[in-house]
Design a protein around this ligand. Structure first.
Ligand code: SAM
Ligand code: DTB
Ligand code: SF4
Length: 341
């Protein structure tokens, strides 16, 4: 039984149906979720948490539909940032070869393959602290070309100024991904070269430019449950919650400071997904990096917990993702259908 005092005040004594009411579409200054309220979700008996997450999920989405995106690293490695989980940081010896920005033609070819593989969105990532203005011309061409192929577009290029966000929006970019990575208390243990506030500033520029926000983080970096709670509370209390919330399970990279972190327990991972679903009812919650190391059963549990977005294709940015045949067999077993755009 959910402790009444632990439920957000405006939802106290409400039924599951009314709890699932969508958040206000306009910016909201007051916090939607307190830490105590979020912690109470994590502390629910598992069956109650999953039931509540499923109820919220079904009130907002077709529970058998999953949004499918494919990732491409358009500029790999040599990054000046020191994100302690990342294969692409120049601060660590990870054995990764740095590359230049891909050509628009090569990106178009990869996007065509992604579309043929069943993706409805193509996400392009660059190992930059922030894009240089001179790189934006090429990047905007990529957006226009990929969009013309009938795919939704997403980019993750690091921090953006407002004029850069405007240029990407004008080129037709649908989503911008920029993660907060972890909760405010653990943040300094993960990255020192940019602050959480820097990231929030970029998110504001993206939002103000009119693009949809994709923002989430990573679990399994040695953080405590309270840090996962802090991350979800920060996301849910953004002026407008992100349309897309990727929850990444750390892909451990040899040579990085966080590369030896203990893997997160599967039930705790599913709890994190369920809490994200309940706290951001109309957002798409992405079961992001880490599926390669998850059993079919854990992935199914995450879908039951309200995850409704994934990356398909055998590669993420620099690490592996399940092969198409393996994924297709799982979708057939679960009756999962791709979400229409
Ligand atoms: N360089 C840009 C930036 O960091 O803003 C964009 C690319 S970066 C690789 C995008 C996100 O991928 C990171 O913010 C992080 O949340 C996630 N990520 C990176 N390496 C990861 C790993 N080893 N395991 C899980 N997620 C990872
Ligand atoms: C996100 O949250 N996860 C994706 C995407 N946004 C750009 C990246 C995952 C990267 C996993 C590690 C790698 O392949 O290098
Ligand atoms: Fe660079 Fe992005 Fe990797 Fe951080 S996560 S080191 S910013 S590529």
């Amino acid at each position: 039984m959910l402790r009444r005092s632990a439920i957000p005040s405006e939802t106290t004594a409400m039924t599951i149906e009314t709890l699932a009411a969508p958040p206000k579409p306009t910016a909201q200054k007051t916090a939607r979720w307190t830490t105590a309220q979020a912690r109470a979700l994590f502390e629910l008996p598992f069956a109650d948490l999953i039931f509540r997450a499923q109820s919220v999920h079904r009130a907002h989405f077709d529970a058998n539909e999953v949004q499918m995106s494919t990732l491409l690293s358009i500029k790999t490695g040599g990054c000046p940032e020191d994100c302690g989980y990342c294969s692409q940081s120049a601060h660590f010896e990870t054995g990764l070869k740095a590359t230049k920005l891909m050509t628009v033609e090569a990106v178009k070819k990869a996007a065509a393959e992604a579309k043929a593989g069943g993706a409805s969105r193509f996400c392009m990532g660059a190992a930059w602290r922030e894009p240089k203005d001179r790189d934006l011309d090429a990047v905007c061409d990529m957006v226009r070309e990929v969009k013309a192929m009938g795919l939704e577009t997403c980019m993750t290029l690091g921090m953006l100024t407002k004029p850069q966000a405007d240029r990407l929006a004008d080129a037709g970019l649908d989503y911008y991904n920029h993660n907060i990575d972890t909760g405010p208390e653990y943040y300094g243990k993960v990255v020192t070269t940019r602050t959480l506030q820097d990231r929030l500033d970029t998110l504001e520029h993206v939002r103000d430019a009119g693009m949809a926000v994709c923002c989430g983080g990573i679990v399994g970096m040695g953080e405590e449950r309270d840090d996962r709670i802090g991350m979800l509370v920060t996301l849910a209390n953004l002026p407008v919650p992100p349309e897309s919330v990727p929850i990444n399970a750390l892909m451990k990279i040899k040579g990085t400071p966080l590369g030896e972190s203990a893997a997160i327990d599967g039930i705790e991972f599913a709890r994190t997904i369920a809490a994200a679903r309940i706290m951001m009812p109309s957002s798409v919650v992405r079961l992001s990096a880490g599926r390669e190391h998850m059993s079919e059963e854990l992935q199914a549990l995450c879908f039951l917990a309200g995850a409704n977005s994934i990356f398909i294709g055998a590669r993420l940015l620099t690490t592996a993702n399940p092969a198409k045949e393996k994924d297709d067999a799982l979708w057939a077993k679960l009756g999962v259908r791709p979400m229409e755009v």
